[in-house]
Design a protein around this ligand. Structure first.
Ligand code: GMT
Length: 377
């Protein structure tokens, strides 16, 4: 008898961010495989798919004068319990522990035994590496992990950090992120023309939410080192307001080199138009953006931090240098861009690695198997 489709709740942050993107793409792939997907969040996730088996349940957060800070955790847990009961969810998969895993554990406590909810928590990054160290959060995160039916992390680095920082003793399964590129609406030449790229000018690309750990200062420092050495433009797909960085762009004389696009939905347009990704984060559990570029045959240059070396292999599918060494980063980029055959070969390797290791076909069945294991179905 074929396996029955599952009813899966997904909670994530809806805004631009790797964990929300991954959760949305996972929902899309699971729905395409016949499962029923219920997103529960305060807004419809940025890349939430549309389709017959995909539902969105908004969490309404009221603000009351008596509270200095509005609370999200309690209304979220009430909505999780409500949706679990009404739709007989098999499993609730929460992405990013804070506050989603705690809300899920509370939701389960509110339900009667016949609606016993299975909870899977996927740790994505700063829920461990930043909040896990915070004495105001650490014990609550540990409690939620100990009461989840399964825990996953997006890299081996994250698994190690979770054990080290939170002392979690339970098994933690590493399921790497995946990415399936959508069709790019425009051709590479059209995008490059729209960006005003001259013949022979290279296109570097950076995608991020610009938070402090993305180290935009080092990104601009690297671009400044390349300024006199190469004709290039750096396009930044910003998931947040870029204006705080404008003064630094001007100070470094990069005004005509840096192009910013905010809240882009058709990222594939830019991914396929780029020659090289550039990332300068001080930590990353995975760096989904590097994988997104790899999927379209574009290698990246980055610092060798966190889970990044699990995604890209230096010298084969990209270029990694020690953290903070912008001199080495700029030299490596210059060498690569002056050698189109090598860059092209790296791009091909990147595409192959993305398909073999980090495609939906490689990763989604691992989540399905996990759901069935925790549900016993
Ligand atoms: O952890 C965060 O700071 C946010 C999180 C997010 O929602 O974007 O990013 C993390 O999750 C992504 C998806 O798994 C990873 O690609 C990012 O590397 C990771 N960010 C960090 O570890 C800083």
């Amino acid at each position: 008898m074929p396996d029955r489709p599952l009813k899966i709740g997904i909670t994530c942050y809806p805004s631009v961010g790797g964990s929300g993107i991954l959760a949305s793409e996972l929902g899309e792939e699971l729905a395409a495989r016949g499962h029923e997907i219920h997103f529960i969040s305060y807004e419809q996730p940025f890349r939430m798919p549309e389709g017959p088996r995909v539902f969105f349940h908004p969490v309404i957060v009221n603000s009351y004068d008596l509270f200095k800070y509005p609370d999200y955790t309690l209304p979220l847990s009430v909505k999780m319990a409500e949706v679990s009961k009404e739709h007989a969810l098999d499993v609730l998969h929460v992405h990013y522990a804070v506050p989603h895993a705690t809300a899920a554990v509370l939701a389960r406590a509110m339900l009667h035994e016949e609606h016993r909810l299975r909870i899977i928590t996927t740790l994505h990054g700063t829920d461990t590496t930043l909040l896990g160290r915070d004495p105001g959060y650490g014990p609550a995160i540990r409690h939620a992990l100990e009461h989840s039916d399964a825990i996953t992390t997006v890299s081996e680095f994250m698994r190690r950090e979770t054990v080290r920082l939170l002392g979690v003793q339970r098994p933690i399964e590493v399921i790497h992120n995946f990415f399936e590129p959508h069709h790019a609406p425009h051709r590479r030449t059209e995008v490059r023309r729209e960006l005003g790229l001259a013949d022979g000018e290279a296109l570097l690309i950076h995608l991020s939410n610009l938070r402090p750990l993305k180290r935009i200062d080092l990104l601009l420092e690297t671009a400044a080192r390349l300024k006199e050495r190469l004709p290039f433009k750096l396009v930044i797909l910003a998931g947040a307001d870029f204006s705080p960085f404008r003064a630094e762009v001007e100070r470094r004389g990069l005004g005509d080199r840096v192009l910013v696009r905010e809240r882009v939905t058709d990222i594939e347009d830019y991914l396929q138009a780029a020659d090289l990704g550039l990332f300068t984060s001080e930590t990353e559990s995975f760096c989904l953006s590097i994988l997104e570029l790899m999927s379209l045959g574009c290698p990246s240059a980055a610092f060798d931090v966190g889970g990044i070396p699990e995604v890209t292999v230096s010298g084969e599918t990209g270029l990694l240098v020690p953290f903070g060494d912008t001199t080495a980063l700029a030299a490596g980029i210059e060498a690569l861009l002056r050698d189109p055959a090598r860059r092209e070969a790296m791009g091909q390797n990147a595409r192959t690695r993305a398909r073999e290791e980090f495609s939906a076909a490689a990763i989604v069945p691992r989540y399905e198997a996990l759901y069935r294991r925790v549900c016993g179905c």
